[in-house]
Design a protein around this ligand. Structure first.
Ligand code: ACO
Length: 428
């Protein structure tokens, strides 16, 4: 950490000047505390609702340049990883910092495969949900429930134990996700198949019926694997922040991951791809697109799948996903909603409102159309996102746990409520 400059500030209340070191393009918020009007003053705070301009950690995992549309995991461009690495190798990269060599890759895949089963009581737990329970609600609950099956996970400072929970969580996510789906369909649970790849096994647990062995279509298997990679990490987004915040209290990783999944459930985050499909269905036909765009511009509705807190030119994941869509549709047939999506994109990218607001398709705009063409019901979309994001959550959690600068996360507030008052009606 090298000081690259000094920010000189003068407090107009006292006339006193201060020098705040600039390190890596940031000042430390705690340095503001010395700026006081009196000795017993608490000191100056920075006010940053939704943490729009606050770095909450130092991280070596994911780099994003929102203006240039750059996303890299551990230095590697997402475009190269999406094309040439498997999702499990990307998970290894996120967690351990380097891509695995060939033998390491095989050993890692075997380790994950070894942990895909869940305790039979998890099935009973899932059975307790109502038939129309949202699979994301089931997933959030079952991830949290896993903590009760592995009480040793509470030893969060033990590196070997930590590693075991990491493998279990990555391995069991597809199983929990597929079980949630099969419960909703009233189908018997399909157990993991060790012979299949990570994505292939998930497809098998989703779709296997009476056939002795399910054989996934290799194009769809590869497309799903790539979609998982595209979702694997995205630095300090809402769900990852939830993972880090809950992890900072030294809660076990299952509890922290359940909190992360709960954050992902929201329609402004991982629930957005589900909302995109609902929106496209509601629009109904290409002819209705201009009228819908007008409603968006009037502020009546948001164009779901557009806009991003960080990307202000394009989302590189959306570009890759558009390419995958063509491969998938060659197998599944064209999703009729694609025409509506393409027309929405065409009009929006040309429209002054969207250009001036820097609104572009994000990762969710096309992913839902692909998932639907592959046969996934809309409610499963955020669940698929959660499977892909798990390695990122865990890598960020590990990094936070090992960071000597981190403490329990505890923001400050600016109190705006009543002054002192008493039950007898007096004040002060
Ligand atoms: N449609 C129409 N207008 C929009 C949209 C949109 N999708 N997104 C932002 N705007 C407008 C806002 O109305 C606001 O306009 P104003 O300044 O004239 O009032 C301006 O753009 C800024 O919007 P904010 O909500 O302040 O932007 P923020 O960075 O907080 O939000 C977000 C980012 C939540 C992604 C937003 O763009 C959105 O709601 N998009 C739709 C939901 C979505 O697709 N979410 C997925 C995100 S990607 C992911 O989680 C993987």
């Amino acid at each position: 950490m090298t000081i690259t400059g000094i920010l000189q500030v003068t407090d107009s209340r006292t006339g006193r000047s201060y020098e705040l070191p600039i390190i890596d393009g940031a000042i430390r918020a705690i340095d503001l505390r010395q700026i006081k009007v009196a000795d017993d003053d608490f000191g100056l705070l920075s006010y940053d609702p939704a943490l729009l301009n606050t770095a909450s950690c130092r991280s070596a995992i994911t780099f994003i340049d929102g203006e240039k549309g750059i996303l890299r995991y551990r230095g590697y461009p997402i475009e190269e990883l999406a094309r040439r690495a498997s999702f499990l190798d990307v998970a290894y990269l996120l967690l351990r910092g380097e891509l695995p060599a060939k033998e390491e890759s095989a050993a890692w895949a075997a380790e994950v495969t070894n942990h895909t089963y869940v305790h039979e009581n998890v099935k009973k737990f899932i059975d307790g949900f109502h038939h129309d329970a949202h699979p994301m609600g089931i997933l959030v609950s079952t991830i949290a429930a896993l903590s009760t099956f592995y009480p040793e996970a509470k030893a969060v400072s033990d590196p070997a134990g930590q590693q075991e929970q990491v493998v279990r969580l990555i391995a069991k996510m597809p199983t929990l996700a597929a079980f949630a789906y099969r419960h909703a369909m009233g189908l018997p649970y399909a157990y993991p198949d060790d012979e299949l790849s990570y994505a292939g096994n998930f497809l098998s647990m989703m779709w296997k019926m009476t056939e002795p062995r399910y054989r996934p279509d290799p194009v769809l298997e590869h497309a799903l694997d790539t979609l998982f990679t595209l979702h694997a990490d995205h630095e300090q987004n809402c769900s990852t922040s939830a993972m880090r915040v809950v992890g900072s209290s030294r809660a076990d990783p299952y509890s922290a991951a359940a909190a992360a999944a709960a954050a992902l459930y929201g329609p402004l985050h991982g629930g957005a791809n589900e909302q995109v499909l609902r929106m496209l269905n509601q629009i109904g036909s290409v002819d209705n697109v201009p009228a819908y765009i007008e409603r968006v511009k009037r502020g009546d509705v948001r164009l779901m799948g557009f806009g991003h807190r960080v990307y202000k030119n394009f989302d590189p994941r959306a570009t890759i996903i558009k390419g995958i869509a063509d491969e998938v549709f060659a197998v599944t047939g064209r999703n009729p909603l694609l025409d509506i999506a393409l027309e929405l994109e065409r009009i929006a990218l040309d429209d002054e409102y969207f250009v001036s607001h820097k609104l572009y398709p994000n990762v969710d705009f096309y992913s839902g159309i692909i998932y639907q063409a592959m046969g996934f019901p809309v409610a499963m979309f955020p669940v698929l996102f959660a499977i892909g994001r798990m390695p990122g959550w865990l890598a960020q959690w590990q990094e936070g746990a090992a960071d000597p600068e981190q403490k329990i996360s505890r923001p400050r507030q600016i109190y705006t409520g009543h002054g002192l008052r008493h039950l007898d009606g007096t004040a002060g």
